[in-house]
Design a binder for this molecule. Structure first.
Ligand code: FES
Length: 255
């Protein structure tokens, strides 16, 4: 169920340079939210468009989302203070599918793509988690993922912290020695392409959360269309309504 609501900001923290961790109060959204879904948030000021921001966590009447300041909208949003009101529509989209028969899940995220994976990891309880960042100063949520997973491996592209290199390579090394029956992923396109390839080569089902520019957020404007392939037929899907989570074989991930 999706609805518009004006919610109070109750927690705010800058967890890395330009990355803000917000918690708002909403019993309805917290109760309805599924992992991988997103909120469509009005940032205020002259930016009329809402911004899609993934739900990081939701429980006990509180909804947490984390975003990076990237443009005018998120810059305005970051200026909100505790006690301010935020106009939110959600939860929206089709999130991650959690199947009861999955025994050895991997969760892999890169950069700001790690945030939509937190609620999922909590729910799975036994995931092996791979988190990749550009460098040490961008590493966030390591302890939180560590506390709710079987194991959390952090890597940086420049080797300044943890595994030295792309996090998809760390996952590939792990898969050479360990079993896995579902991969859940979210992150930058090169990482998603690598994860899709590795999963498909090994016949491991893989769910991918796509980030896409959005307009309406509810399937009405086509701003978020992405190329998909279902049952061998190419077509366009709306990331906001059909996604943001797709199975890897459904999406082509073109440049
Ligand atoms: Fe409008 Fe997806 S954002 S159809």
């Amino acid at each position: 169920m999706k609805k518009q609501e004006v919610c109070k900001l109750i927690k705010k923290r800058e967890i890395a340079d330009g990355i803000f961790d917000f918690t708002i109060e909403s019993a309805d959204i917290a109760a309805a939210a599924q992992c991988g879904q997103f909120l469509h948030i009005a940032c205020g000021g002259y930016t009329f468009l809402r911004r899609p921001i993934s739900i990081c966590d939701a429980s006990n009447g509180e909804v947490r989302f984390i975003f990076e300041v990237k443009g005018e909208g998120t810059k305005l949003l970051a200026k909100k203070e505790i006690g301010d009101e935020i106009d939110v529509v959600g939860p929206l989209g089709h999130g991650f599918e959690i199947k009861g028969n999955v025994r050895k899940p991997i969760v892999i995220g890169g950069g700001i793509g790690v945030f939509p994976l937190y609620k999922l990891t909590k729910q799975l309880t036994n995931a092996t988690v791979f988190l990749g960042f550009r460098n040490k100063s961008r590493v966030v949520m390591e302890d939180e993922f560590d506390a709710v997973s079987s194991m959390t491996i952090v890597g940086t592209d420049d080797g300044s912290y943890g595994y030295n290199g792309y996090i998809a390579s760390a996952m590939e090394g792990y898969l050479n020695l360990n079993e896995c029956d579902m991969i859940y992923s979210c992150g930058p396109m090169p990482m998603l392409r690598a994860v899709k390839k590795i999963a498909e080569e090994r016949g491991i089902p893989c769910q991918i959360s796509l980030e896409q520019r959005m307009g309406c957020g509810i399937g009405a404007c086509l701003a978020c269309a992405c190329e998909t392939k279902k049952d061998g037929t190419e077509r366009y899907a709306k990331v906001c309504a059909n996604g943001p989570v797709f199975y890897s074989e459904e999406v082509t991930l073109n440049d």
